[in-house]
Design a binder for this molecule. Structure first.
Ligand code: NDP
Length: 324
């Protein structure tokens, strides 16, 4: 595994990290969960990303992860970076959502209980809250570090401008912004227009991208249709009807290009994601061990050349929108 320094911090993160948004909920197979986490750890994936609401049901992923930490990963806590988040709807009423001090403090206490941990390594505010002063949200994050419940703090899905403000408040509080987590893939490039990586470099924060495979679109999964055991077949976070014929044609062209260069499509997608050295880690999901192994092979592939990136841009630009 390659490790990269997370911004101007002391923390190294694996270039590929594993997220537990899907595949670790009630109803998912415990043996598969254990096998995926054990294989990841054996391969040097030392960073596991959770959130209070990951499931289904909400909290289930943290509970299942805690059990596996006490089981097959027992004794390895100090070799593992655990991140969790609060900021999306988690429990009923006005305090189980967004970014008040009340909500963040209660949520992290719940997360620690569910996982059976004394502290998490990274605690994120999961999404910007237009209704709460940023000073309050960042103040709560800083206080949780001072209380020893989190070692570092992060933010997710903040604009570049809000990131700059958040980083300044955290710096004044004495708890620097460690990391920003945002969506980024060949099919989701909004962060480029916002110049987010420039701001992260300026404030000394690292970057973790989520859904780098566009929830599985940038793999062989949907090249011919929607398999019944796929995320799109569940029609929740990835809608089957968003995979239009035009999008499928584009995915097939990307797949052909990947094959012409000796890459599998997810290897190409992850190498493409990591082409900017300022990017600390990409956060993949996997519903089975073979997917994780295929994704990890991206790190054995050579970096993409500027000509490769131009060819990919040409495929992406051709035929219009269809971005997700
Ligand atoms: P990906 O884009 O990596 O999608 C993962 C899914 O794609 C898998 O569950 C699987 O779906 C499919 N897949 C993965 N690898 C392969 C492969 N090699 N071949 C075929 N199919 C494959 O990431 P996610 O969307 O899961 O997001 C990753 C993590 O990012 C999350 O777990 C979470 O930790 C974080 N995240 C953070 C957010 C935030 O707001 N901060 C929002 C979203 C995610 P299938 O079920 O079809 O097998």
């Amino acid at each position: 595994m390659d490790y990269a320094r997370c911004g101007r911090s002391g923390l190294l993160l694996p270039r590929i990290s594993l997220g537990l948004w899907h595949n670790f909920g009630d109803g998912d197979d415990p043996a598969t969960m254990r096998a995926v986490l054990a294989r990841a750890f054996d391969a040097g994936v030392t960073h596991f990303d959770l959130a209070n609401n990951y499931g289904p049901g909400p909290g289930a992923a943290e509970r299942n992860f805690g059990e596996i930490l006490r089981g097959v990963l027992r004794g390895h806590r100090d070799e593992i970076v655990v991140s969790t988040k609060a900021g999306h709807e988690m429990w009923p009423g006005p305090y189980g959502d967004w970014g008040s001090r009340k909500s963040l403090v209660a949520s992290l206490d719940q997360s620690l209980r569910r996982m059976g941990l004394d502290y998490v390594d990274i605690f994120y505010h999961h999404r910007p809250d237009p209704g709460t002063p940023l000073e309050e949200t960042m103040g709560a994050l800083s206080d949780l570090v001072r209380q020893g419940k989190a070692l570092y703090v992060g933010i997710s899905k903040y604009s570049a401008a809000d990131t700059r403000r958040a980083a300044a408040i955290l710096k004044a509080n004495g708890t620097p912004l460690l990391v920003h987590q945002f969506r980024y893939s060949m099919l989701s490039r909004a962060s480029e227009g916002d110049r987010l990586l420039d701001v992260l470099e300026e404030v000394g924060a690292g970057s973790v991208t989520f859904s780098p495979l566009a929830q599985g679109l940038l793999t062989a999964r949907y090249l011919k249709g929607v398999p019944p055991d796929s995320r799109a077949a569940k029609n929740a976070f990835l809608k089957a009807d968003s995979i239009t014929p035009a999008l499928r044609a584009k995915l097939n062209r990307l797949n052909d290009f990947a094959a012409s260069r000796g890459f599998a499509l997810p290897e190409l997608a992850l190498r493409w994601n990591l082409r900017d050295p300022r990017l600390t880690s990409v956060l993949v999901g996997a519903s089975r061990v073979s997917q994780l192994e295929e994704n990890l092979r991206a790190l054995d592939r050579p970096p993409l050349s500027p000509a490769d990136c131009d060819a990919i841009d040409a495929i992406l630009a051709d035929g219009g929108v269809d971005m997700v």
